[in-house]
Design a protein around this ligand. Structure first.
Ligand SMILES: CC(C)(COP(=O)(O)OP(=O)(O)OC[C@H]1O[C@@H](n2cnc3c(N)ncnc32)[C@H](O)[C@@H]1OP(=O)(O)O)[C@@H](O)C(=O)NCCC(=O)NCCS
Length: 173
């Protein structure tokens, strides 16, 4: 599966992306805004494991963000379970050299379209740490609504902080 949109592509990761992926992902500024599942330091071995995992069957749809042939980051749609199974979480991260150019906004636009039109999901959501205003803005620019402030819901980087629940519902359903 490959999605091309407006100068960037969301595509499957390949074994030869590992070096570039690790170089971008090994960044405290990225880690600080991700769940603890995202390792730090992020080694070449982590990148290889991440890429190998994508070949295994999973309900998650994970993509590399590719800008003009260069690895810029990664993103995905993660379906929820049980009664929430018509919804999914979106995730995304971008390497620092690629930040501030509207790339995450385009990646989230592509993911959202994919989730609604291809997967038929009713709802997409994301959790944003209180200090991550850039990510909140990315979601707002894509029509996601801040539905809740989850008070003291996150312990990250030694701090107990609030997070914001953002969601967008499928207008076609
Ligand atoms: C946060 C992140 C996704 C932003 O990606 P990006 O490609 O730089 O985002 P865009 O350029 O598409 O849009 C960023 C928006 O936030 C705004 N912004 C940036 N820093 C900001 C800040 N400190 N306060 C408020 N707004 C800010 C920008 O001005 C822009 O909005 P605008 O277009 O209205 O001017 C990226 O830096 C990243 O991946 N960070 C680390 C991992 C992460 O945070 N993942 C998301 C977890 S929820």
């Amino acid at each position: 599966m490959r999605i091309d949109l407006d100068g960037l592509s969301l595509r499957a990761p390949h074994a030869d992306d590992a070096q570039a992926l690790a170089a971008l992902a090994n960044d405290r500024g990225v880690w600080r805004n991700m769940r603890d599942l995202f390792p730090h330091p992020y080694t070449l071995q982590h990148a290889n494991q991440f890429i190998a995992r994508q070949a295994q069957p999973s309900p998650n749809r994970i993509f590399l963000i590719d800008v003009a042939g260069a690895v810029a980051g990664a993103c995905g749609v993660h379906p929820l379970s049980d009664v929430y199974a018509r919804g999914a979480e979106v995730s995304y991260w971008l390497g620092a050299p690629f930040a501030g150019r509207g790339i995450a906004t385009k990646a989230v636009a592509a993911l959202t379209r994919f989730g609604f039109e291809q997967l038929g999901l009713a709802r997409l959501q994301a959790g944003v740490f209180e200090w991550n205003q850039a990510s909140a803005r990315v979601l707002e620019k894509n029509g996601y609504v801040r539905e809740a402030v989850l008070r003291k819901s996150v312990f990250k980087d030694g701090q107990l902080i609030d997070s914001f629940l953002y969601a967008k519902v499928n207008p076609a359903l």
